[in-house]
Design a protein around this ligand. Structure first.
Ligand code: Z5A
Ligand code: MG
Length: 225
């Protein structure tokens, strides 16, 4: 993106970054935020789960294995954690601020459905996301299990194990195939940090430039059965 990029527009862009463990989501989001800020663009970075809220603290305890919760209950808490911040996202975007979000509803539906609970299908898991702000673009950072392993072994949190991650990988693809055409863009995250960040910057710039064409911020709809 050139330094002369014109960011004049009516609203901010809503950019989501998704991907498997260690794909580099958080470091790339922080880098993109800093880059856009340096260019004088108003930008905010939000991570889900947001572990700072009352709901987020329940999620944090669950992920660390300090509490046990029914699969449906924890799923709805993850979704509630997005709903409690959704209005702020909408307000920021209306005020011309670009919002970068690290994991969103896609992770929400996919990780819960990957547990294999027969009463928690992908379709069921998507339901509480309907009506949340829909990203202008979702950048999915693709990484192979081998490349991810080079960035460190699995951590101690729940879901950080190979069988879960491989089900998550498949379900992400299933979910993206059900999303409206063009919402998701795939990025090879197995390359150097700089190569990946250059591609992300370019796609973010395109998204910001297209916001006027997209029109008002959209909402998530149901996924086809
Ligand atoms: N979860 C859920 O179940 N339901 C929901 O609704 C939501 C989430 C929102 C915690 O998420 C868990 O919550 C997660 C999904 C579930 N479970 N799992 N698995 P989290 O987002 O809090 O987890 P995290 O630990 O922050 O993210 P992460 O996925 O493990 O990592 P990352 O953000 O993708 O990567 P990173 O921290 O930026 O980088 C990882 C390391 O790789 C780090 O040392 C970097 O310096 C290095 N790195 C990054 N890029 C590169 C490149 N290009 N080359 C080499 N090294 C690199
Ligand atoms: Mg992260």
């Amino acid at each position: 993106m050139s330094e002369r990029t014109n960011f004049t527009q009516t609203r901010g862009a809503f950019i989501v970054v998704e991907g498997l463990d260690r794909a580099g989501k958080s470091s790339q989001c922080e880098h993109l935020r800093d880059y856009l800020q340096e260019l004088g663009h108003a930008v905010k970075y939000i991570r889900f789960p947001d572990r700072t809220t009352a709901i987020g603290k329940l999620i944090d305890g669950y992920l660390r294995g300090q509490s046990q919760l029914d699969d449906h209950s924890i799923h709805l808490l993850f979704s509630a954690n997005r709903w409690e911040i959704a209005r702020l996202i909408e307000e920021d975007i209306a005020n011309g601020i670009t919002v970068i979000v690290d994991r969103y509803s896609y992770s929400g539906a996919v990780y819960s459905a990957a547990k294999g609970n027969p009463s928690l299908s992908l379709d069921w898991a998507w339901q509480p996301e309907i009506g949340l702000p829909r990203p202008d673009t979702c950048l999915f950072l693709r990484i192979s299990p081998g490349e991810a392993a080079k960035r460190g072994g699995f951590g101690v949190e729940r879901y950080e194990n190979e069988p879960m991650q491989s089900r998550v990988r498949e379900l992400f693809q299933t979910l993206f195939d059900l999303q409206p055409n063009g919402d998701t863009q795939f990025i090879d995250a197995g390359r150097s940090f700089q190569e990946v960040s250059e591609e992300i910057r370019g796609k973010a710039a395109d998204c910001i430039a297209r916001v006027g064409i997209i029109g008002p911020l959209r909402k998530f709809a149901s996924i086809p059965a």
